[in-house]
Write a protein that binds this ligand. Structure first.
Ligand code: IGP
Length: 258
């Protein structure tokens, strides 16, 4: 069983329990209290130079605790001031020590769009994400079959949210291309064994559908990493750990992309 399989197993049980306690009417009532979705892909496309999705990330299964003095609204604010185009907030509790409240707090602290970083296994979670204030969701191609992906994407469209489609090989890129979203991320880290490989990402750029906004995700630590990616035509980046480990998050963000 891969790490991803284990994560998905706990996620399915978690979602089943949540669904049992919250109706669609409850979710709709909560959605009504949130401001309209902020355009996530549009915010990336609007940036000249390096466009950053900065991740609010407390811990991960491969690294354990990343930041002891974890403070989602403060980090969110630092990221925005440092020039990030968008935020990503991990809400998975079991494996990433995330929480729904982190997303709500982070989004309230900024005016840039926020992605809910979690494992979508059911369209219901998309509505739940909007009820938390999320502007975008993640669809991990390796975690879903084509029908599930389409249903989850349709829910995002219905909620007015963007979907970041995450792939890590050519076969998954082909499946991603059959969806409507033209926001595609390549995870440099294989979620099955946690190895990081930039070369795989460079090869995959060539397979991306025309006109898509292409995001390189994970394992990026320096301005040099981003510049190397840019030489391959990649201008959008998702970075978490390298920024969360710096005491001054705002200065680190500025140094990374400025
Ligand atoms: O902390 P890093 O190495 O900069 O990576 C951030 C982000 O890409 C990573 O957290 C991530 C990418 N895809 C995911 C899917 C689920 C959970 C987490 C992720």
């Amino acid at each position: 069983m891969t790490m991803l399989d284990r994560i998905l197993e706990t996620k399915r049980a978690d979602v089943a329990a949540r669904k049992a306690t919250m109706s669609h009417a409850d979710l709709d009532a909560r959605i009504a209290t949130k401001s309209a979705p902020r355009g996530f892909r549009a915010a990336l496309d609007a940036k000249t130079g390096h466009a950053l999705i900065a991740e609010v990330k407390k811990a991960s299964p491969s690294k354990g605790l990343i930041r002891a003095d974890f403070d989602p609204p403060a980090h969110a604010h630092a990221y925005e001031n440092g020039g990030a185009a968008c935020l990503s907030v991990l809400t998975d509790e079991r494996w990433f020590q995330g929480a729904d409240i982190f997303l709500e707090q982070a989004r309230e602290a900024v005016s840039i769009p926020v992605l809910r970083k979690d494992f979508m296994v059911d369209p219901w979670q998309v509505h739940e994400s909007r009820a938390l204030g999320a502007d975008a969701i993640l669809i991990i191609v390796a975690a879903l079959d084509d029908t599930q992906m389409q249903e989850i994407e349709a829910a995002a469209v219905e909620c007015g949210m963007d979907a970041l489609i995450e792939v890590h090989d050519a076969a998954e890129m082909e499946r991603a291309a059959r969806l409507k979203s033209r926001l595609i991320g390549v995870n440099n880290r294989d979620l099955r064994d946690f190895t990081v490989d930039f070369q795989r990402t460079y090869e995959l750029v060539a397979h991306a559908p025309a006109g898509c906004t292409f995001v390189a995700e994970s394992g990026l630590t320096s301005r040099e990493d981003l510049d190397a990616m840019a030489e391959h035509g990649i201008h959008c980046f998702l970075v978490g750990e390298a920024l969360m480990r710096q005491q001054d998050v705002e200065a680190a963000t500025r140094a990374l992309i400025g």
